[in-house]
Design a protein around this ligand. Structure first.
Ligand code: AGP
Length: 617
């Protein structure tokens, strides 16, 4: 996601801003920029590409003498959400008069209406972004008091923001505000630093104030005056950062993968934001660019992907077939691209890819397009190749995923597929009442995942059983079969344990020959159809001496009573609606894989032989 840095004090603002951006590069971004004041006038540089490219340009275009006296500024790394990565879309953005600069992290949901209103007043926009709309709105409301103008603008905004604002008329003042996107203020000796991440602050000061939602602050050198958006002073405690700067890049987590596992509630909130309709009890997927009639004409869906994304597709198949009654095929992209697939005008091919750059999935997109069928993308990286070549689809908005092992992207893919199933279903036989129940399930997902994450210590203890084994099985039925495959992939790729994911009913057709005391089985017996059969599958495994780790739903006393005497460990997931169970299950398996790999001392974020995006065949 985007990174924000602001500085006001006695030192070289440009240097501090650039170093701050560098400390946040790990978050992933596609463009960067900064704005400062020189002799009372705004000066800015921004472009697509890396922070180093921005720094090279700044030091090339702004001599040391030119940079004299630059003691205030704001800077930004952009993770594109609205509009492709271009120089014009990079932050900062200016108001109409070009005297106020803003950097923004978050999503302004009602930006289109605000932009229309401002255009009617003669405002001209230079970018496609929602952030520029906010900058111009602030300028339109500005009558000399920057805090008042920013507050008035934010009271008109729906969505999330973390912002820092700079105004030519106030060379000693920055205004910061947040709702939904983290923002903190570091208070140093005669200087202040605003940032979206402690990583940009901790090398300057450890005394920080974390803003709460709808806080707005006037930040001057060494001080911060904080109010709410209705101009009522609020009191925020000063915290002391106890991170070293290296750890701060991972938000205090030991690995990016663990950070991203724990980011999942927020990632899912971002994925769901603006996509649930409480009136028609359906989902809103405008990025598909399909009218209800187009959606109703779809007679088959082909989900094409690789790896973890293919497992998400397999979960999505269950959702869509159950809720929309449309046949769904899931295809491994490398196979799809070469087998001359049979596609027609009433098919929808949905390419699922976190990176949007996977070579096999991209080739599958091109093959499907040449067959003249409808092709869409489900990507996390805005304006990635698959996103651009499909031209329509569903962005995950999960934020950049740095760990090679995909975690939050998977749960957001499953969430987005649930939204698609809801949309297609409500366009067919799903009633308003059924839709309302499914919307409620979607809304409950982030909190249910947060509750599942509380199992971390318990799962870490259970992981000891797996950490010492060489081979293991993951088994599941129905919608938990692809979850078993994903759990096996997670532990394989980061701990190098040979884990096989299998349909539980398949074991007796051969693989059960491998079971013995040294080969544990992770059995997914959570509360979905087929869980009763899982109990007998677990008994089969135990009869061969294999230790079993069972994943069960809280409150399922019948299953718990049957399993407690025979299994080695039980992981109890929070009680949840049916369609949430696969997501909670996979979160527990992500933690299981993580702790097994940690216990084995593996390089979790960068597993051997693996790349984050497989851009080769
Ligand atoms: C998952 O943990 C792996 N990193 C890998 O299977 C990945 O899901 C696969 O390469 C597909 O990547 P994509 O989603 O970016 O297309």
């Amino acid at each position: 996601m985007c990174g924000i840095v602001g500085y006001v004090g006695g030192r070289d603002a440009v240097e501090i801003l650039l170093n701050g951006l560098k400390r946040m590069e790990y978050r992933g971004y596609d463009s960067a920029g900064l704005a400062t004041l020189r002799a009372g006038k705004l000066a800015q540089v921004k472009n697509t590409g890396k922070v180093q490219a921005l720094a090279d340009r700044v030091f090339r275009e702004w001599s040391e003498e030119f940079r004299e006296g630059m003691h205030i500024g704001i800077a930004h790394t952009r993770w594109a959400t609205h509009g492709a990565p271009t120089d014009a879309n990079a932050h900062p953005h200016l108001d109409k008069a070009g005297k106020i600069a803003l950097v923004h992290n978050g999503i302004i949901e009602n930006y289109a209406g605000l932009r229309k209103m401002l255009e009617a007043k003669g405002h001209v926009f230079l970018s496609e972004t929602d952030s520029e709309v906010l900058a111009q709105l602030i300028g339109a409301l500005y009558q000399g008091d920057l805090l008042q103008a920013v507050s008035a603008a934010l009271l008109q905004v729906e969505g999330t923001f973390g912002i820092a604002v700079l105004d030519e008329a106030h060379p000693e003042l920055l205004v910061a505000a947040r709702r939904g996107s983290p923002l903190l203020i570091g208070l140093g000796e005669g200087e202040s630093i605003i940032a979206s991440d402690a990583a940009a602050v901790v090398s300057h000061t450890r005394n920080v104030i974390y803003l709460d939602d709808d806080d707005i602050a006037e930040v001057r050198a060494g001080t911060a005056d904080i109010r709410n958006l209705h101009n009522v002073p609020v009191n925020r405690a000063v915290s002391h950062l106890d991170w070293d700067s290296g750890a701060a890049e991972k938000g205090g987590y030991e690995h990016f993968m663990l950070k991203e596992i724990f980011e999942q509630p927020d990632a899912m909130r971002n994925c769901l934001r603006g996509r649930l309709d409480d009136t028609l009890h359906t989902s809103v997927l405008t990025g598909l660019g399909l009218e209800p009639r187009d959606m109703a004409a779809i007679q088959r869906i082909v989900l094409v992907a690789c790896g973890t994304s293919l497992h998400a597709a397999m979960v999505g198949k269950y959702f869509i077939e159950e809720l929309a009654g449309i046949p769904v095929e899931t295809e491994q992209a490398a196979e799809f691209r070469y087998r001359n697939p049979i596609l027609g005008p009433h098919d929808l091919v949905l390419a699922i890819s976190q990176s949007g750059e996977t070579a096999d999935t991209l080739a599958a997109v091109r093959e499907a397009k040449c067959k003249g069928t409808l092709v869409a993308g489900m990507c996390n990286v805005v304006a990635s190749t698959i996103a651009r070549e499909t031209g329509c689809g569903i962005y995950l908005h999960a934020g950049p995923e740095i760990g090679v092992a995909s975690t939050k992207a998977f749960t957001c893919q499953v969430t987005a597929l649930f939204l698609l199933a809801l949309k297609l279903g409500r366009g067919r036989r799903l009633s308003r009442q059924q839709g309302a129940g499914l919307v409620a399930t979607a809304k409950a997902l982030p909190e249910l995942v947060a509750a599942t994450l509380k199992l971390n210590d318990k799962v870490a203890a259970v992981a000891e059983t797996l950490a010492s084994c060489r081979d293991c099985f993951y088994i599941g039925r129905g919608i938990l079969h692809p979850v078993a495959l994903e759990g096996a992939l997670k532990i394989k790729e980061i701990s190098y344990i040979h884990a096989e994911g299998y349909h539980a009913a398949e074991l007796k057709h051969g693989p059960i020959a491998l079971l013995e005391a040294a080969v544990p089985v992770v059995a997914l017996a959570a509360d979905v159809p087929g869980k009763d059969k899982m109990v007998s599958n677990i008994q089969e495994c135990r009869a061969r001496g294999a230790p079993v780790i069972a994943v069960v739903s809280e409150g399922d006393e019948a299953t718990l009573t049957s399993l407690r005497p025979i299994v080695q460990a039980i992981i109890e997931l929070p009680k949840a609606p049916l369609h949430a169970v696969p997501v909670l299950c996979v979160v527990a398996l992500q933690l299981l894989a993580y702790h097994a790999a940690r216990l084995r001392g593996c390089p979790i974020d960068q597993p051997r032989n693996l790349a984050k995006s497989v851009t080769v065949e």
